[in-house]
Design a protein around this ligand. Structure first.
Ligand SMILES: [Zn+2]
Length: 121
């Protein structure tokens, strides 16, 4: 069951990781369908995220929707993976424990900024 697609494979991979944290088994499909590099491919060949168990699809969509919504108070806020502290966007490491901001988060923020948020289906 397809729950998400995006022209940005990094975003699809990001959400695969997120869903797996919730114990939702999922697969990326179609990531090699379009060979064109450096351009946003047409929507029909975007990489897709598929949830294995159909019963978990609605939960998966909900998680992705919430993740795509901009944070209301501060869109640059990121969460430290080590101590769960919320850190402001201008810092590249956690003020609390010194952990570097995860690369995933940079990809995620960048993709959002450039309008490649993809579609929740
Ligand atoms: Zn921390």
């Amino acid at each position: 069951m397809k729950v998400y697609s995006s022209p940005n494979l990094a975003m699809v991979g990001h959400f695969k990781n997120v869903l797996e944290m919730y114990s939702i088994a999922c697969d990326i499909r179609g990531e090699y369908r379009c060979a064109a590099a450096g351009e946003i491919p047409p929507i029909e060949c975007w990489p897709e995220l598929w949830v294995v168990e159909e019963s978990q699809a609605e939960q998966a969509r909900q998680i992705i929707r919430e993740a795509l919504e901009p944070t209301e108070n501060d869109p640059g806020l990121w969460k430290c993976p080590s101590c769960d502290e919320e850190v402001e966007g201008q810092f590249t490491e956690c003020w609390n424990c010194g952990t570097n901001r995860p690369d995933d988060e940079d990809t995620f923020q960048g993709a959002t900024k450039f309008g490649q948020r993809g579609e929740v289906r």
